[in-house]
Design a protein around this ligand. Structure first.
Ligand code: FAD
Length: 374
């Protein structure tokens, strides 16, 4: 016989998005069940990323559409401040502010305009002013350098904090349990190691299932188009004293993590793929290595190890990858969310909490005049 579990909200997926959403829903008094297929939390994109806590700097410059660029930068800043406050211990220590570099004056002008609009903090300096901080970086192509607020984050500490706070706030967490829909207010989760089945009844569900959103939304009869994008990353011994990245496409972004590791990604390197796997494609890694050679003086390639990760967006067609966050309503009871970036997850979680609290009213809280008019 299956176990029956009743909740106000079921959240599917314990990546950064599901963890934050569950925590916030529980903190406003809702009974939350969080279901995760793996036996650990955040096994997928949330733990295989580069670990930047973005301060809006890069995306404000890199996204083609100026309106979207500024919006994404603002959402990053929203999450940046929240995560810093929520888990200050998770910030990686650095010998100074991160440095953003740019090769073209026109890109620099555009970035500064957008940063000002989005209230991204930056200080323009001459490339030669940052030479002492970046002794092994080839700055000959840089026309401009900026001191910026982006930092590395130890995601294990962030998730440790989120897990602790979620449990303390009463979130019931079902690990090693695969969720599927029976209807839009009833689901089943099957424990993977022994096949035990729980029947979940809920008033709202939030799909925070990363690349599985498409499969789950199809089960519900309202498929969400999802594109999968693979990126490649290298990690190895620490290369630089301070995080550094180019605003230009196909150049490196280098962030340090404890203990003495540098993680090297490449700007705009993601390729669209059919299947969500983490297999490394050697030709793509060669591109990251070349970009690394253009920036870092000396030969380091053979000391670095490659891995791949999948990000998703909810767009279709030939438009480029969108790193914007998305919230979709699939039925009167089901939402699905994708943060675009770890840094945007607080923004997405807060928007969903607003929406759900607006619908699942607490009779002890008075309505505002305009609520009564609805
Ligand atoms: C290469 C790369 C680098 C990145 N670097 C950064 C960065 O430096 N900074 C930044 O801010 N962002 C970065 N990102 C983006 C960030 O990692 C993702 O936006 C974020 O992790 C997505 O989180 P999520 O919770 O939506 O998804 P996921 O982490 O994919 O979590 C989804 C969860 O749902 C679970 N699940 C799926 N189906 C089911 C089911 N049926 N039942 C139960 N559980 C289920 C999965 O097991 C998984 O744990 C990067 C992404 C990539 C690919």
């Amino acid at each position: 016989m299956s176990r029956e579990v009743a909740s106000d909200v079921v959240v599917v997926g314990a990546g950064v998005s599901g963890l934050l959403t569950s925590l916030k829903l529980a903190q406003v008094g809702l009974r939350v069940t969080l279901v995760e297929r793996s036996s650990t939390i955040a096994p997928a994109a949330s733990s295989r990323n580069e670990g930047w806590l973005h301060a809006g700097t890069y995306h404000a410059s890199a996204i083609a559409d100026p309106h979207e660029a500024v919006q994404v930068a603002r959402k990053c800043l929203y999450g940046y401040h929240q995560i810093r406050n929520l888990a200050p211990e998770s910030l990686e220590w650095s010998n100074g502010l991160a440095i953003a570099l740019v090769t073209e004056p026109v890109r620099s002008e555009q970035a500064e305009g957008r940063w000002e609009e989005a209230q991204v903090r930056f200080r323009r300096v001459r490339p030669r002013d940052v030479e002492p901080a970046l002794p092994n970086v080839d700055l000959s192509r840089a026309v401009c350098a900026y001191l910026v607020q982006d930092v590395g984050i130890d995601i294990r500490l962030l998730y440790r904090r989120l897990l602790t706070e979620a449990l303390r706030s009463g979130v019931s967490i079902e690990l090693d349990s695969e969720f599927h829909f029976v209807s839009d207010t009833v689901g089943e989760c099957v424990r993977r190691h022994d096949g035990a089945v729980s029947r979940l009844r809920y008033r709202r569900a939030v799909l925070a299932a990363g690349h599985e959103i498409n499969r789950l939304s199809t089960q519900l009869g309202c498929p969400v188009p999802l594109r999968l994008w693979k990126s490649h990353i290298l990690y190895g011994p620490q290369l630089v004293d301070r995080p550094v990245f180019w605003l230009d496409p196909l150049e490196v972004a280098i962030v340090n993590h404890t203990p003495s590791v540098s993680v090297v990604g490449m700007t705009t390197d993601a390729i669209e793929v059919e299947k969500a796997d983490f297999e490394v494609e050697p030709s793509r890694i060669a591109l990251v290595q070349e970009a690394m050679r253009r920036t870092i003086v000396g030969e380091h390639g053979d000391r670095f190890t490659a891995y791949a990760c999948i990000k998703v967006d909810m767009r279709s067609g030939r438009v480029p990858l969108s790193v914007n966050s998305e919230i979709r309503r699939l039925s009167s009871a089901v939402y699905c969310v994708s943060p675009g970036k770890l840094t945007e997850a607080p923004f997405v979680a807060d928007r969903v909490v607003h929406q759900i609290c607006d619908e699942l009213l607490d009779g002890r809280i008075p309505a505002r005049p305009w609520d009564q008019a609805r």
